[in-house]
Design a protein around this ligand. Sequence first.
Ligand code: SF4
Length: 481
Amino acid sequence: MQEHVNSESENQPSPKQSGPKVLYNTRLPLFHQTQQPTTFVNDKANGFAPPPPPPPARLFASDIFASPKLALTPVESLYIHVPFCFHKCHYCDFYSIVDTRDRQKAFTDRLCNELRALSPYAGKIKTIFVGGGTPSLLRVDLWHDLLACLSDAFDLSEIHANKALPPAQRDTEFTVECNPETVTTELFDTLNAGGVDRISLGAQSFHPQHLKTLERWHDPANVGKAVQMARAAGFARVSIDLIFAIPGQTVDEWRADLLTALALGTDHVSCYNLTYEANTAMTARLKKGEFEPIDEDTEIAMYHATWQALRGAGMRRYEVSNYAFAGQESRHNLAYWRQSQWLAAGPSASAHVAGVRWKNLPRLDDYLDIQRDGTSAVMDAEWPDATRALRERIMTGLRLAEGLDSERLTAQAEGVCPGSARRLESRIALHAQQGNVVPEAENRAENKLRRWVLTDSGVLMADAIAANLMDALRQGPIRQV
Ligand code: SF4
């Protein structure tokens, strides 16, 4: 699943003018709901220069790696996209196809081919995330093939060695997304033996009527069974995904979902508000008037219920939509939000290496058919651009509880857009006055590096705050990079 942020218009009202109902969309266009970035900052919508023309139809990842412009450093993170699902959920706009087991073998062979082609660009791998789609739908014999390929092609020694450490001491992670309906002891044993140390379960809701609204097919009782099965197989790290603001859902029902997830003993919870993406069945049903979306006051109450329930249990909001006990934060997703590098394999998978972002063609047929040197045909590519990188850092950094490193950001901003450091500082001071950013004095008092951190009320309008800060980069001369 995937995250999206609303596009910010040039004339975005200030957060104060917008009032408390400017909700932060926890689904960000940069990110898969499992935080896999899939699209790019929308320069046009943000009032910047028009985006560059699309890359040639046959641009391949190998072309990108061959570019003399790139100063490659070994990549430590890897995303793998498995596109199969057994049913298309109505809210879903991620690339997935209803499982055709006859193509799973061809897909896995092709994926291993791509992974081998990408491996020269990797150093010691620290994090892997297998998302989709529904990776747990892949046949166990094919999981054996995939895990063997990963071990042969990449250096997973740190991932394997760290499995012996308590979870909080691991700086590595190997996560596989699973549907509670499709996991088996055999699958979990296979994953565990292959180095996987974290399972992410898509629960979405524990209320059958809300799963029905989402057209999500699983029995809520199987989530608990899947957690128990994962623990029995030796997984010390289990995360649960939930969705709120489902039409007809009450705040009490949402709170009950959170408490159920906690009672199951999960150590990490991702909470995404339902958004209506173009070209989904859910949006078509909304337009036909089949249901009313949740009103903003209820949605805000759901955010507050989330903070109360999860903090009450000892979890911390370390990212806008992600909560964890200390040491259980997702290392892989933090790599996305901190603008690190990652390789990516599979249809529609997105990568970020040496400042370049690219995305594989999404269709499975294209993925199977088109290849050169093992790497995939690329649908979108963005070359390094200092201003875009700053905007991305603002968008992603504001999502994190650790906030933005303001001294580094302002220094770099001044380098590409003279005058922007002062504009950023003054805008942040205003947001702090309005109670949406932790006052700088508090960070200083704790003798921390100076950082810009959103308060809870700031989180509710983080889209607007991010747009306001990005706008500070646009004024004045922008040096072309
Ligand atoms: S399980 Fe549902 S939400 Fe997840 S990728 Fe498949 S269709 Fe989309």
